[in-house]
Design a protein. Structure first.
Lengths: 404, 148
């Protein structure tokens, strides 16, 4: 029987997330203490060796990311991405609501590693209560953080701001439009200075890595993407809730053991992993492990760790069509392939969903998907056609049923 | 100094604080009156066009007046499969307005939103950012009654 493994959420609901004292009582801030005794180079090496990879979706080695920051820059920033807008995802909210101090500690550890004394948490506008919670938590941490200061900024409802350069633009008070890369934020980020942007969950892993050692972390779950992952299970499952699991758990275990299987004794049809930008996966792939590379190998993505399950009665074309509307709405409009592409994707999908499309439309969608994945400026546009493409690939018969 | 000027002035020293200032104005007015945009442009040293560009980029900011209570219906995929469409219809018929409109008495504005991160209890609506969980069409009259 597959079991949860709670590291970040071990003390969930047993400590007050705003209280640094509560957190210290259960071993908190020991990681920061240890980190501050290390020289930054060794600290970065330790994080690299833990093989911690970004939990926001791109899966980049965190220590590697930090190592790109030039050491001699006078001002640098540590930025936390709490803009989790990926539909079906709420794990960063849960981490804050259960263990906010670990996030603060992780940011301070990063601050020591790159030589920064200022952090920013960019929290999505949908979570005003999390902003409040974090401000209290920061006050409570006070002197424990030492010279490292953290400020919380609230977004205002824009999915694209989860993209790191758009997030930076938003903190600067601009429209949240992604920048051209390079330069990458590690070299030229917030207010043109070197900036590390990591996800909440990535930072929250750091205290545990420092306390237990890189080897301990590297030994949990899948070797190429070790550690635990907080996932959120939604849709037609019995247990719609969140879990923290080792990354070598399979999708089948997540859905049928932790999730309790499909609601109302129905059968499984498809699962979308990683949020609304992820691929829809049919039953034959359910024995795949959830880690980043295993998901990638079946054309899916672990992404944010959202798991949306659909039962046999769901109309997959309808769900995919709904998703195209999401991307049309959230496209920032900066680059043409995304602005126009998300619009056409939605237009054709709605036509098909209404039973007014043709087989030629399906081919057009596949071509459009190829173009968008190659030509869009940022991850939003590149991922936008994936739900369409993956549903055509695995559920073409459902499309054909709606074709005139 | 007008009230809007006073609110925005509090954020003047905050680098990039225009969005925070807009949030603060909206807390009082539920939208951004013209004056807020002009004033923010001055305080943050950007053109009015840029300040307006920010005000219209984000879906939680609005430059048109809205009701006292802003109802947002999540229509992302998890809420969609949980029956969001029926909930929208119920709200529309209860309030006698369509999505994007405000009731004649200025009490309610109905908006659609994308995922608000409460997918453990779909479908979800929010009223002035307070989430309400596992909403059914039948519950709508009762839920709305609580807002006077």
């Amino acid at each position: 029987m597959a079991k949860e493994m709670r590291v970040l959420l071990e003390y969930a609901d047993r400590i007050d997330p705003t209280s640094a004292d509560d957190y210290i009582k259960v071993g908190g801030y020991k990681g920061l203490e240890k980190a501050r005794k290390m020289n930054p180079k060794d600290l970065i090496q330790e994080v690299k060796e833990s093989k911690l990879r970004g939990r926001g979706g791109a899966g980049f080695n965190a220590g590697m990311k930090w190592s790109f920051v030039p050491q001699n820059a006078p001002v640098k920033y540590v930025v936390c991405n709490l803009d989790e807008g990926e539909p079906g995802t709420y794990k960063d909210r849960i981490i804050c609501e259960k263990n906010a101090q670990a996030l603060l500690e992780g940011m301070a550890i990063c601050g020591h590693a790159i030589g920064s004394d200022q952090g920013y948490i960019y929290c999505r506008g949908e979570y005003p209560f999390v902003v409040e919670l974090l401000r209290k938590a920061i006050d409570s941490a006070g002197s424990v953080l030492g010279d490292f200061k953290i400020e919380v900024r609230m977004g205002a409802g824009a999915y694209v701001c989860g993209e790191e350069t758009a997030l930076i633009e938003s903190i600067e008070g601009h429209r949240g439009e992604p920048r051209f890369k390079p330069p990458f934020p590690g070299v030229e980020g917030l207010w043109q200075v070197p900036t590390v942007v990591n996800n909440v969950e990535t930072y929250a892993c750091l205290p545990y890595i420092l306390v237990n050692g890189a080897q301990w972390f590297a030994g949990i779950g899948s070797a190429s993407y070790p550690g635990t992952k907080v996932i959120s299970l939604t849709g037609d499952v019995v247990n719609r809730t969140y879990f923290e699991v080792p990354t070598d758990m399979t999708l089948r275990e997540v859905i049928f053991e932790l999730g309790g299987g499909i609601k109302n004794s129905k059968k499984f049809k498809a699962v979308q992993v990683g949020g609304t930008s992820g691929a829809f996966i049919p039953e034959q792939y359910l024995d795949t492990k959830i880690d980043f590379d295993s998901m990638g190998a079946i054309g899916a993505a672990l992404g944010s760790g959202a798991v949306l399950v659909l039962d046999e009665t769901r109309d997959i074309v309808d769900v995919a069509a709904r998703i195209t509307k999401f991307f049309e709405h959230e496209s920032c409009g900066k680059c043409n392939p995304c602005r126009e592409g998300t619009f056409r994707n939605r237009e054709i999908m709605e036509r098909l969903n209404a039973g007014k499309g043709s087989e030629a439309d399906i081919d057009k969608l596949l071509l459009l998907s190829k173009v968008m994945q190659k030509a869009c400026l940022c991850g939003l546009g590149q991922a936008a056609p994936i739900p369409t493409e993956s549903t055509i690939k695995h559920f073409r018969h459902e499309y054909l049923r709606k074709v005139q | 100094m007008s009230k809007i000027q006073e609110i925005i002035a509090q954020y003047g020293n905050k680098q990039g604080g225009i969005i925070e200032a807009y949030h603060a104005v909206q807390k009082e007015y539920n939208y951004l009156p013209n004056e807020a945009v002009t004033e923010a442009a001055k305080v943050f040293g950007v053109s009015e066009a840029q300040a307006y560009g920010v005000a219209t980029f984000y879906s939680y900011l609005a430059v048109e007046p809205r009701g006292k209570y802003i109802i947002r219906m999540c229509e992302s995929a998890p809420c969609h499969v949980a029956g969001a469409d029926e909930v929208i219809k119920a709200i529309e018929s209860e309030l006698g307005i369509k999505v994007g409109e405000t009731t004649a008495d200025g009490k309610f504005t109905l908006e659609l939103t994308e995922c608000i991160g409460q997918c453990q209890a779909t479908p979800v609506i929010t009223v002035n950012s307070e989430p309400i969980f596992d909403v059914t069409p039948q519950q709508i009259p009762e839920i709305l009654k609580a807002y006077k």
